[in-house]
Ligand binder design. Structure first.
Ligand code: BGC
Length: 754
């Protein structure tokens, strides 16, 4: 297929608006697809739109895993297009054989799965990977996941999740790339490249499904599945670009979201699925519903019954019905009655069959189910090494007073304390159903291995994750008392983040802060390893410990990666992809906010009359976050010079080159993420106080300085303007460069009137 409609690319990445001059009514399907369509009954067509969970586990409500005999029958009768959340080369081979040899038309199956951060070799959760700001590493993470999955018979992953979220209460932050649209778009594309490689029909690449379309991350109050009501400008500027970037990178499919958007559930939303996705963006791939999201339109109060939900879903453009069973039950009859056009049905079936062609399944239905490759690929040394490398790149050093880290050679007794210290299962993190609970390297194991025989490492659990018992406090205090260094392993368990895991309190769960307070009172140098799938409010913790590492959820190699950083083998270089608030009351808090008419940057305790009231501020907390977006320390230090611009006037024909000298002023080699932000001072619509426009991850030897240059084009400053068009505006701009979004060096430039 891939015959694109003629689209005018107004802006390639961040704007993501493509104006299509005509609606494309038909797709250029492969002859195999057309031939099959001509042979299929309405029931067989409806069967191709029915996607069911397998017999291993379920990932949604009312969904007991389907029984094997149900699956067998459904495959033979052509009532399912595929099965998801199963794996295994031999098992999937058997199912494919059944489909190919025992169903009337012999159409092979889609085998889908939520391969969010790995099948058996578990990478860090996506939010953690985003903290690496390392696109190559992230692409490799998805590549490894694709290789293992493909060998185990899976040909479609429900990933990447590219939902931008500015609300740490939302549990699914863990699955995305954080709060920023620019970074999120680059990561979305990297992940698609990783999963799909250069050719979907290869045995080691799988189809990506970019999700959840759209604005799912903006659920009111951070409560999962909640309502989204937002302006078209916010939608287009903040939430849609990562989808566009993934589609431009070739994503084969897209998943609708659970939420309603401005009164219309996403799975029945023609504006999203037709006007934007198909017409503006020219997307020719497959649109998959989320789990029962078509039937949920009844609960939203949008469809009066199953029949109406079916009509609204298919007509809006939701093509594959995941777990609602509506299309299979009602579409044939609705077509016969003329209530749904057969052309609409054919187009949807065409997209799914085309995907099966593109995956190479018609040429070889067993392409993805190779036991020999599976045995070689799963948890291979190479894959585990990749997971280790990505994991240590994902760690963010948030605090390091008195150079507590890296661990000094004088330290002879280490006490590892906390409920996540000797814990393997939670290291796998959310969406790791295929992983083995006892595979990951625990923090304790990693620390022992790196500490070596001359150092005594003890462990005390201190408290549990899920109750408030203090019975183990005394033993933990005693362990701290005997140690030269305490390493606290605290934070969220795997199930405290992910789907349906919103939290209204984003401080350390349970009794953990109390444990921290008790251990801090012992007075030993103390490092906190904070595991989480979101930004946490760590104000109390920050006041009590000497050093903090954000260790997110790091996957199979968690303990080794953390130890590598603790002991200085690797100098941490991760930077936060989300803003860490001081308190949950500041949420949503994000770096690229607007200025307001009464901005306030002072201290919340200021009693100056002009500060006290009539300012956009809180009375009980600063406006600033605890740790800003882009923040992360190193064991060395970096200094930035004033940025130097080759010219201060920016035109279409003549981009600005801005150069800054970055110096490693410490005594260790290290990596730094040099970040470029801009601010458009006056716009026809107001602009954020800063927006990320570029970054470079560089390595500098101790004492080394290097000139780092960015090129800034006029089109980089485009936005959705008051007249509804996308473009830049003449005027004055600020440019900011630094190692995080707060501490920057500034320069000014302008775009002259035409
Ligand atoms: C989630 C999706 C996931 C699907 C299948 C849904 O509950 O929202 O992200 O892909 O289940 O497991």
């Amino acid at each position: 297929m891939n015959i694109k409609c003629v689209c005018i690319a107004l802006v390639a990445l961040t704007g993501g608006f493509y104006a299509c001059d005509s609606k494309k009514e038909t797709d250029a399907f492969d002859p195999k697809v057309t031939e099959l369509l001509s042979q299929m009954t309405l029931e067989e067509k409806a069967g191709q739109l029915n996607f069911v969970v397998g017999d291993l586990f379920t990932t949604g409500p009312d969904g007991k895993p389907k029984a094997p005999d149900y699956l067998d029958e459904a495959i033979k009768k052509g009532e399912v297009t595929g099965i998801f959340n199963i794996y295994g080369a031999e098992y999937t081979q058997t199912l494919q054989k059944k489909a190919v040899e025992e169903s009337r038309l012999g159409i092979p199956l889609l085998i889908g799965a939520d391969i969010i951060h790995g099948l058996k070799t578990i990478m860090p959760i996506p939010l953690a990977e985003a903290a690496s700001w390392d696109l190559e590493a992230i692409e490799l993470g998805s590549r490894v996941a694709a290789r293992e999955s493909a060998a185990a018979g899976i040909n479609l992953t429900f990933a990447p999740m590219v939902d931008i979220s500015r609300d740490a209460r939302w549990g699914r932050n863990a699955e995305g790339a954080g709060e920023d649209t620019y970074l999120g778009s680059l990561i979305a594309a990297a992940r698609v490249r990783g999963f799909q490689g250069s050719d979907l029909s290869l045995a080691n690449t799988i189809a990506a499904c970019v999700k959840h379309f759209a604005a799912y991350g903006a659920a009111e109050a951070g409560r999962d599945y909640n309502t989204v009501d937002m302006s078209d400008i916010a939608l287009r500027e903040t939430y849609l670009p990562p989808f566009k970037a993934a589609i431009d990178a070739g994503a084969a499919s897209i998943m609708t979201s659970f939420n309603e958007l401005n009164g219309v559930p996403a799975s029945g939303n023609e504006y999203l699925l037709q006007d934007i996705l198909r017409k503006e963006w020219g997307f020719e791939g497959l649109v998959i519903s989320d789990w029962q999201s078509i039937s949920e339109m009844m609960f939203h109060g949008y469809s009066k019954d199953s029949i109406e939900a079916t009509i609204q879903g298919i007509n809006a453009g939701t093509e594959l019905d995941m777990m609602a069973d509506l299309y299979l039950s009602f579409l044939p009859q609705l077509v016969r009655e003329g209530k749904v056009s057969e052309a609409v049905l054919d187009r949807a079936v065409g997209h799914i069959l085309q995907l099966k062609v593109d995956l190479g399944l018609f040429d070889n239905p067993y392409l993805y189910s190779d036991p020999a490759v599976e045995a070689k690929e799963i948890r291979s040394a190479e894959n585990l090494e990749a997971a280790f490398e990505i994991a240590r790149r994902s760690i963010v050093l948030l605090k390091n007073e008195k150079q507590t880290l890296p661990v000094k050679s004088t330290v002879k007794r280490i006490a590892v304390i906390g409920p996540l210290g000797d814990n393997q299962a939670d290291m796998n993190g959310t969406w790791s159903f295929f992983a083995e609970a006892l595979h990951p390297i625990s923090f304790l194991e990693g620390i022992k291995a790196y500490a070596g025989p001359g150092v005594e490492v003890t462990y005390a659990q201190g408290c549990n994750l899920y109750d408030n018992s203090t019975e183990h406090f005394a033993a933990a205090r005693a362990a701290a008392q005997r140690a030269d260094l305490v390493i606290l392993a605290i934070g969220e368990s795997a199930v405290m983040n992910g789907e349906g895991a919103s939290r209204s309190d984003i401080t350390l769960p349970g009794i953990q802060q109390e444990l921290v307070n008790q251990i801090a009172a012992v007075g030993k140098p103390t490092v906190a390893l904070v595991s989480s799938g979101r930004a946490l409010a760590l104000t109390e913790l920050e006041a009590k410990v000497d050093a903090i590492l954000a260790t997110w959820t790091l996957g199979s190699q968690a303990g080794k990666a953390v130890a590598s950083v603790l002991f200085g083998e690797y100098n941490p270089a991760g930077k936060l992809p989300v803003t860490f608030p001081r308190s949950v009351g500041q949420v949503p808090i994000y770096y690229n906010h607007k200025n307001t008419g009464r901005p306030f940057e002072g201290d919340f305790s200021s009693q100056k009359l002009e500060d006290r009231v009539y300012r956009s501020r809180y009375r009980d907390v600063d406006n600033s976050p605890l740790y800003p977006f882009g923040y992360g320390l190193s064991y060395t230090t970096f200094e930035y010079s004033q940025p130097v611009l080759n010219q201060t006037s920016l035109t279409d024909d003549s981009p600005i080159t801005v150069t800054v000298k970055v110096s490693n002023t410490g005594d260790r080699d290290g990596e730094e993420v040099v970040q470029l932000y801009t601010r458009d001072l006056i716009g026809s619509l107001t602009r954020p106080v800063k927006e990320l426009k570029g970054f470079q991850k560089i390595h500098l030897k101790a004492g080394e300085s290097r000139d780092i240059s960015f090129e800034l084009k006029a089109s980089d400053l485009a936005f959705w303007r008051a007249d509804g068009t996308y473009g830049y505006e003449p005027g004055d701009f600020k440019l900011m460069i630094g190692g995080n979004s707060r501490d920057t060096q500034e320069a000014v430039f302008s775009i002259p009137n035409p």
